[in-house]
Design a protein around this ligand. Structure first.
Ligand SMILES: Cc1cc2nc3c(=O)[nH]c(=O)nc-3n(C[C@H](O)[C@H](O)[C@H](O)COP(=O)(O)O)c2cc1C
Length: 431
């Protein structure tokens, strides 16, 4: 079965076997060359060599921050006797983002291979996959893969006779976006509220259960077996110097062919939107696009001719983020769209930091008032002032994420605000 909406212009490394139901099984995965990378890493490479090849590949974390994966692994202590942990971040709750879900749904063993190799590289004895609890259809697939991997000796004691042992636990989250923030996740894993921790100490020094820990996104880990098999230079043949390889973009909203697409990181955003995603619905034009999940700045229609690399989208005024692309056509009222996003952040704020707890609440309230016809011109500077007090002032960046769409929508779509404000004032005069 062809994966819905796959396109010849994609570069399908991670998604090569999406849509093939047999690839979800252990035998099907082995038939497709699966677990060869685990054999290679554990059988013929030292931990340092695994870290080195990941460094050479230039792979940057796909969870949102884009931190170099090999460098992150190298921060783990080398000569201590403490237990080390790898935590795979499969919380994926950012609005518009659904690419990790696809990796787990179609290729659970691809992720397990990444978890095993990553754990080996950082000297972890236990790996946790922290998975979003609402992924009710994906969780059994991952659980089955884990059982099968144990039964064939890819997990557990003395994996493939290499002398390396690893336990793996699938841990279900209870449905909180903030549990995707890495230190919130560690608290949740320990049975506490998912409240982010102040850093430092960073997880590599003091993470899960107070022990050295690395947290990596599903996509970051799932691509590691390919890098181990083929080498760092192979991965660098795609993308740019600063943004190597491929990236999954989950594309939703006003598109003719929404779906998850894997593209080289130097692919053009306009080509992704028009060629792969089929453009906006018939008779419509794009008004705005959020390229990297709801927490990155909004791009206007005239800003879409951009490279999908970290530096390319930054130059265009946004970010790669998680790769959750949300397209909005000219039927969209941006105040309405932003209000929906800010309400999400207000609901998901853990409440530790005043700027976030109060800022998201008040911004959502003002946006609702504007929508209902009670807006004032002073609301524009007021929203910008609230946003300025929310960004860069809190323990984690959920607050910054909520501010990003407010600020960018006011900068680029102020007409939508002014029209609603004027309409409200007009209605008030008429009554
Ligand atoms: C509010 C918030 C939610 C996040 N949610 C996720 C998530 O669902 N999945 C994810 O991988 N990273 C998420 N992150 C980023 C993680 O904190 C962390 O940077 C990432 O898991 C590291 O993995 P990587 O280096 O492989 O990207 C979130 C961050 C914040 C601030």
């Amino acid at each position: 079965m062809a994966y819905p909406h796959s396109h010849p212009r994609e570069t399908r490394i991670l998604s090569e076997h999406f849509g093939e139901i047999e690839a979800t099984t252990l035998d099907g995965w082995i038939e497709r060359g699966g677990y060869k990378a685990v054999e290679k890493a554990l059988g013929s490479m030292s931990r340092e060599q695994v870290i080195e090849v990941v460094k050479e590949s230039g792979l940057r974390g796909r969870g949102g921050a884009g931190f170099p994966t090999g460098l992150k692994w190298s921060f783990m202590p080398k000569d201590d006797t403490l237990p080390h942990y790898l935590v795979c971040n499969a919380d994926e709750s950012e609005p518009g983002t659904f690419k990790d879900r696809e990796i787990m749904r179609w290729t659970p063993h691809q992720l397990l291979e990444g978890c095993i190799i990553g754990s080996y590289a950082i000297g972890a004895s236990h790996c946790y996959i922290y998975i979003r609890g609402e992924f009710v259809d994906v969780i059994p697939v991952v659980n089955q893969a884990v059982v099968d991997a144990y039964s064939r000796g890819y997990l557990g004691r003395d994996i493939l006779g290499s002398g390396y042992s690893l336990e793996l636990t699938v841990h279900l989250g209870a449905g909180a976006y903030i549990a995707g923030e890495e230190t919130g996740m560690l608290n949740s894993l320990e049975g506490r509220r998912a409240e982010p921790r102040i850093k430092p100490p960073f997880p590599a020094a003091k993470g899960a259960f107070g022990m050295p820990t690395t947290v990596n996104n599903v996509e970051s880990l799932a691509v590691v077996p390919h890098i181990v098999t083929n080498g760092g230079d192979w991965y660098r043949q795609w993308g740019t110097e600063k943004s190597s390889g491929t990236k999954l973009f989950s594309c939703c909203g006003h598109l003719q062919k929404p779906g998850t697409y894997e593209i080289a990181m130097d692919f053009n955003l306009k080509d992704l939107l028009y060629d792969l995603c089929g453009g906006p619905p018939e008779g419509r034009e794009f008004k705005a696009v959020i390229p990297g999940g709801s927490s990155v700045p909004i791009l206007a229609a005239d800003e879409l001719d951009a490279e999908c690399s970290y530096e390319g989208l930054e130059a265009a005024g946004s970010m790669v983020g998680s790769g959750g692309l949300i397209a909005m056509d000219d039927s969209t009222n941006m105040v309405h769209a932003v209000r929906r996003m800010v309400e999400f952040y207000a609901h998901e704020s853990c409440g530790q930091c005043t700027q976030c707890r109060e800022g998201t609440y008040w911004a959502a309230k003002i946006l609702r008032r504007i929508e209902r016809g009670g807006g004032r011109e002073e609301d524009i500077p007021l929203l910008l002032d609230i946003s300025a007090n929310m960004a860069g002032k809190t323990i984690c960046v959920l607050s910054d994420s909520a501010a990003a769409p407010i600020v960018s929508s006011i900068q680029k779509f102020q007409d939508d605000y002014m029209a609603l404000i004027a309409k409200g004032q007009h209605a008030a005069v008429g009554t």
